[in-house]
Design a protein around this ligand. Structure first.
Ligand code: SF4
Length: 358
């Protein structure tokens, strides 16, 4: 009612002040790279689509300032689906007797690298379960050989929790980066997701060791894992604020039929996108992938991830014959595509939204 008594100029000024105040929280996040918990909660839970569009728009703008329109491709090689652990959410957990196990030989891994090199990949990511046959020496030998043959490539390892000596020797052999998701920064929640014998404390010890040695270190979490609360997500953001990882991998939880979490609901694509955007504003220089799990839950999930501030994609270079056996969750996409097809598909998807794959 009061507007009827004001002239147009006054109404316009009030409207502008309202818009500025509404987006103030995002401007401050971008400028100060942090917010108080209540403001982070607001961004995670808000039903205001304009506010969230602005969050993603600013995150995208920051990603373009940092990386241009380039999306970095990392060639993923799934080296083994053997694992001694029993994480409750994981399809290749030791307790899942239905999995057909495989382990790539050194020669097979080098063939994947050769193929990746021919396709123009600049990074190889060797990922696997905590396989007891992957001894310190074996991994050291594989890393040394990749480093010898491709001195200009980055070598990323993602082989789980290991000893300080393992991490040190693999770094000395030529590995540059290491990915180890913390999964949740709440130790009680960690215990709900992992079996006895695994602890948040040890995960943090590994991450701190990796940083100390000099690896570019990546961490991250599942979004919407069973028992997770919004406060847990805020704790995750605080944990990463402290750790300052160079890579941040987050994706929605996707259930796997042969795990104790088979009947649990999948995580939210929208919450994952908001977190990508928040993390981009908190960590402008970090490499943040648009994960395969995003693409699994939403047909255009990876494109949405890029539009929310992600800057990395990880096409699969593993032999197609073994892909299906590395099912961490159900309905994983791109299981049947050859490496070249997979890369071509992503190139096309990125072109369609105005980016290019490097
Ligand atoms: S999440 Fe990793 S460590 Fe846990 S069971 Fe799966 S492969 Fe093993």
């Amino acid at each position: 009612m009061i507007f009827y008594e004001m002239n147009d100029g006054v109404v316009w000024n009030i409207f502008c002040i309202f818009v500025v105040m509404k987006y103030d929280v995002i401007d401050r996040l971008r400028k100060e790279r942090s917010l108080v918990d209540a403001e982070l909660r607001e961004l995670l839970l808000s039903a205001d689509s304009e506010l969230i569009d602005e969050l993603k728009r600013q995150a995208r703008e920051v990603a373009i300032e940092q990386f241009g329109r380039e999306i970095k491709a990392r060639g993923l090689i799934e080296v083994s689906n053997y694992c001694k652990n029993n994480c409750l959410y994981c399809g290749i957990r030791a307790g899942n007797k239905k999995v057909e196990r495989y382990r790539l030989s050194k020669e097979e891994i080098l063939e994947c690298c050769e193929q990746g090199d021919a396709l123009g990949f600049k990074t190889f990511v060797l990922q696997g379960g905590e396989d007891v046959r992957h001894t310190t020496e074996w991994v050291e030998d594989v890393v040394s050989e990749i480093r010898r043959r491709w001195p200009d490539k980055a070598i990323t390892l993602s082989l789980g929790e290991r000893t300080d000596e393992d991490y040190e020797r693999w770094f000395a052999a030529g590995a540059d980066r290491y990915l180890l998701r913390h999964e949740t920064a709440n130790a009680c929640h960690y215990a709900q997701l992992h079996p006895e014998g695994m602890s948040f404390e040890n995960r943090v010890r590994c991450l701190r060791t990796l940083k100390r040695i000099g690896y570019e270190t990546g961490t991250g979490m599942m979004v919407g894992s069973p028992g997770q609360t919004v406060d847990d997500l805020i704790a995750d953001l605080r944990f990463m604020e402290q750790l300052q990882p160079q890579m941040i991998g987050i994706g929605p939880f996707v259930s796997h039929r042969d795990t104790p979490f088979a009947d649990c609901a999948n995580g939210s694509v929208e919450t994952t996108l908001r977190l990508i955007a928040i993390l981009r504003l908190m960590h402008p220089e970090a490499n943040i992938p648009a994960t395969t799990s995003l693409g699994t839950l939403a047909g255009n999930g990876r494109e949405l991830g890029i539009m929310a501030g992600a800057n990395v994609l990880m096409p699969n270079l593993s032999p197609v014959k073994d892909r299906k056996k590395y099912a961490l969750y159900d309905n994983k996409i791109c299981m049947d595509l050859e490496a070249a097809e997979s890369r071509a598909l992503l190139e096309e998807q990125m072109r369609s939204i105005g980016y290019f794959l490097s």
